[in-house]
Structure formats: C-alpha cells, structure tokens
Design a protein around this ligand. Structure first.
Ligand code: SF4
Length: 341
C-alpha cells in the first residue's frame, strides 16, 4: 500500500485522517503544528503524541523532506541550494536577502515541459510534479539552514506552478495557514508562463497572492518564438485573462519581461507593451537575461534597459528593473540541476 504523504495534507484533511485512526480531532492540530510550525522530519520527535499513534503514523505515512546536495553562497548573501528529493531527483531553491526580510524562490516541478527557449529548467523536459509537501520542505529546510525566518515566497523556480495546479494551491494554503507558518498570501507570488484556463481557475479561488505573468514578448508571433505556450494561447487571450483576473480578484498583476538583446528591447516593443497593458492594474518587472549555456540569446545592455523603462514610465506604465542578486552564483535557474543530473 502506498504511504500517505502527510506533509501535503491540509488541516481539514489531516483531521479527517487522524480521527479515522480513532484519535481526537485536536490531535490533528498537534500533528499539524509539528509538521508545519516546528517542521520536524520524523514522527519520533512529536513528543506530545502518544507512542501508539506515532507508530501507526510511521507505518502508514511519509513526511516529505529534502536534503542539501549542493549549496552556493553569494557575496551578497544570496544562497542557491540544490535540494535532493527522496527519490534522488533534484530541484533548485534560492534564498534572497532584502531589507524587508528573507525571500525564497521555490521549485514546483522536477524539470518543466513548457519549453521556453531561454530557460535552462526545460532543457530536459519534465520528470514529475512536486507534492505540496516537497515544495514546503524547500522552505522548511532553508529556514533551518540559515536559522532565520523566511517571510516572502516566489513560486518562480523550476517548473510551471499552474501545470501542477492542485499541489501549488495546497502549498499556498498550508504555508499561509495560521496553524502553520502563517506567511501572508500578500507575501506570496506565483509566476506562470500563461496557461489561460488555469488563470481563470485561479481567479475563482480569490487568493490574496500576487499573480506574476512571464510575458517577455508583446505580440503572438514574437512570443511564439521563445515561449511555445503561445501556440496554445495567444498574447491577446492571455492579456484578456489577466484583465478578467484583476477584475475578479481586485489584485494587481505583475508582468515579468526578460530583456533580450535585439529580440524584445526596442522602442517599438516598449510601445506595444504599454498598449497591451493600458488601463490594467499592473506592474512590469524588467529582468536582465541570465545567459544559459547553449542559448543564442544575450542580455540587453544596461543603457537599453534603462531607456526601455523610461519609455514605459512616459507611457504611464509602472516599471522597475529587477536588482540582480547573487550575480557571482548567477547560473540561470535550472542550470545547477542540469550540471548534477
Ligand atoms: S520559464 Fe518557467 S514555464 Fe518556461 S520553461 Fe522555464 S520553468 Fe518552465
């Protein structure tokens, strides 16, 4: 019989399971605290739970954990982890330090099947989805490693969160639960390449998170070249879904725009971007490209990026340039995993 992945259960599901074993509902609350506040990795450590129940749980369940396979520390304090999962697969997690607190970028799949041409995470396709427990474990392990609390989360590591919808949502619900780490949904950002039907599904959940769209190009024809998801959903359909999302949730959308030299950094591109976003509550993040081995693309130079930003600002589009943290360990997302396959 396959074991129950207990770290992935939301509190209500855990209550149902624990009471099915004959224990009182409040015991589920205690187990949940052990799993998500004290973040223990074994049932033995749950000292206020009866020995007989602990033995039963150990027989029927597993607790998802990750172990550090590699760790790179930048001079600015950014840490990149290569975390190994129980089955030997690896994912990357990045810890960034800001004045307002620690921020973590988590992975949600082993590899990715979206095929964006500038991205190292997709070079070997998708191996499998991560469970909610495995996404949580990246944060829990990192907090233990640095001995500090993480207060912000970006779901922007390896994988497409909306292609692993249920586990990504379970992760958000557990990490933001008052009985867990209680990280405000306002401090969680989910990044997608634009799976349109899933954006509508997400809107209906009315979560307090920030939705972030990896846009990177302003026309369907151009976006198809770097982001194959555009073959399924045009830029127009994507932007329509974003407008509807802001109306349903009242939440501003963040657009990620990686600046690639000679590909999407012209004046015309800035104008098209402003036209697309006109009237929408939005924010544009301009990201200097992280070069990927084997990719034909190079980064726009700093001047071109600043000019692009200025043009957007003049066209009343709120745009900032992302600060480059961890430049000395700057391997693009997915590259460390590729090197250790
Ligand atoms: S950018 Fe995101 S969606 Fe695209 S291939 Fe990389 S991980 Fe997947």
């Amino acid at each position: 019989m396959e074991k129950i992945d207990i770290r992935s259960l939301q509190l209500e599901q855990l209550k149902e399971y624990i009471t099915s074993l004959g224990a009182k509902p409040f015991v589920a609350g205690q187990v949940y605290t052990w799993l998500h506040q004290k973040t223990v990795d074994s049932f033995d450590e749950m000292t206020n739970i009866s020995k007989s129940l602990r033995e039963k749980l150990a027989g029927e369940c597993v607790i998802s954990t990750v172990s550090i396979r590699k760790k790179q520390v930048s001079t600015d304090g950014t840490i990149k982890y290569l975390y190994q999962l129980a089955d030997g697969n690896c994912v990357e997690t990045v810890l960034m330090r800001y004045e307002h607190g620690n921020s973590i970028c988590v992975s949600c799949q082993v590899g990715c099947r979206m095929g964006c041409t500038f991205c190292a995470s997709t070079q070997h396709g998708k191996v499998r989805d991560l469970t909610a427990g495995e996404i949580l474990a990246q944060l829990y392990r990192t907090e233990k490693d640095i001995g500090e609390r993480v207060s912000n989360i970006v779901m922007m590591g390896i994988g497409e969160p909306l292609d692993n919808f249920d586990n990504s949502i379970a992760f958000i619900r557990i990490i933001s639960s008052p009985e867990g780490k209680n990280i405000s949904q306002r401090n969680i950002s989910l990044s997608t390449c634009g799976i349109v039907p899933k954006i509508y599904e997400l809107a209906q959940l009315k979560l307090g998170i920030t939705l972030s769209i990896s846009l990177h190009a302003t026309t369907t024809a151009k976006r198809k070249v770097t982001m194959p998801v555009t073959n399924a959903y045009s830029v127009e359909e994507l932007i329509k879904a974003c407008r509807d999302y802001t109306k349903i949730t009242g939440r501003r959308i963040s657009f990620e725009y990686t600046m690639i030299r000679g590909v999407n950094d012209s004046d015309e591109d800035a104008q098209q971007l402003a036209d697309l976003l006109r009237g929408m509550i939005s924010h544009v993040n301009l990201i200097p490209l992280n070069p990927v081995d084997g990719s034909p693309y190079t980064q726009s130079d700093d001047r071109a990026i600043r000019t692009f930003q200025k043009k957007l600002t003049n066209l009343h589009v709120n745009a900032t340039i992302r600060r480059r943290l961890g430049q000395d360990i700057s391997a693009a997302c997915g590259q460390l995993r590729n090197e250790n396959r």
